[in-house]
Structure formats: structure tokens, C-alpha cells
Ligand binder design. Structure first.
Ligand SMILES: [Zn+2]
Length: 172
């Protein structure tokens, strides 16, 4: 993912921050565990707030300070709340980008991660199904009782669409 440098990264879902640390390869990492499904969502190569740098090499953080300004381990995050800014930290990064990882275990350096797109696809699919159900219910509510045979409470979409056209043609 390449949303550009220093862009705020929104949390994909609600959760609790489990770790914020520097890895020589992955750079600054912020990881949180989602409430739903208990998935560890890692964000790597983050921008360093302390040095105002997307290329922080992890040095100068001996005092225990991290790259984050307003986030620490144990903090709760809500979906949409920032969990860091995109950067280029770590030797495995070539250009500012977000390295997003999903895993059942903590630590994106070692955990077996899986494709975040599948997770997002699932969410979108669920959403699409909900919307489809809602859009089907609407025309059912507006259709007149006279044209609805009792034995067929759920007419096919084509029938509903035809009904809409007829209603328009009649001027309601
Ligand atoms: Zn730094």
C-alpha cells in the first residue's frame, strides 16, 4: 500500500495496542489486537514523531520513547483512530509505504501473517449482503397489497422492477 508519506493510518477496527517497537528490517512497528476475532494487526515502517523523520533508524530512543506521540501499549483504539503515520523506517523499506500484516500471534517479524485483503474482502462482502437485503426489502414495503399474491410473498426482482415501472407509468 502506498498512500504517501506521513499520512495518518486509521485503525481498521476496534482493539488494544499490544506493542510499539523498532525492528531493523521493519522499522517502527505499531501493533494492536482486534476485539473482533482477536487478530494482531501490524503497521510497519512507520514515521517517527520524535525525530520528525520517515527514515528514523531507531537510534536516539534509548530513553524508552517511541515513534508515537499519543499512543502507547495498552491503549484502546477505535476504528478510524490513527495508529501511526506512514514512513520509510527500517532497512527492508524502499520508499514510504504501509506494511500491513494480519496474524493470529503477536509480532509481525515472526508471526505467520495472512493476506489482509481477504479480511477486508470478507468485511465488504458482509456489508454488500446487508445492503442487498435492505434494498430488496424497500420495494416490498411500497408495493400495493392488491398486486401481491398471498402465495408468493417474495416475488423475483424482475417482477418488482416491472411493478416499479408500471407504478411510474400510472403516476402512482
Ligand atoms: Zn526516531
Amino acid at each position: 500500500m502506498s498512500p504517501g508519506a506521513k499520512k495518518l493510518i486509521p485503525a481498521l477496527t476496534d482493539g488494544v495496542v499490544t506493542s510499539i517497537f523498532y525492528s531493523s528490517c521493519l522499522g517502527w512497528i505499531c501493533e494492536f489486537k482486534s476485539d473482533e476475532h482477536g487478530i494482531y494487526i501490524g503497521h510497519s515502517h512507520l514515521y517517527c514523531n520524535k525525530h520528525d523523520s520517515i527514515n528514523c533508524d531507531g537510534s536516539g530512543h534509548e530513553d524508552g520513547s517511541t515513534c508515537m506521540k499519543n499512543l502507547k501499549v495498552g491503549d484502546r483504539v477505535k476504528a478510524g483512530q490513527p495508529v501511526g503515520r506512514t514512513g520509510n523506517s527500517g532497512t527492508c523499506s524502499r520508499g514510504a509505504h504501509l506494511h500491513l500484516t494480519f496474524a493470529k500471534k503477536s509480532d509481525p517479524r515472526y508471526a505467520k501473517t495472512f493476506d489482509p485483503e481477504k479480511f477486508i474482502d470478507q468485511k465488504l462482502k458482509k456489508q454488500a449482503e446487508t445492503e442487498a437485503t435492505e434494498s430488496v426489502q424497500k420495494p416490498e414495503q411500497t408495493k400495493p397489497d392488491v398486486t401481491t399474491p398471498e402465495k408468493a410473498p417474495k416475488p423475483p426482482k424482475s417482477v418488482l422492477r416491472a411493478l416499479e415501472v408500471i407504478m411510474k407509468w400510472f403516476g402512482k
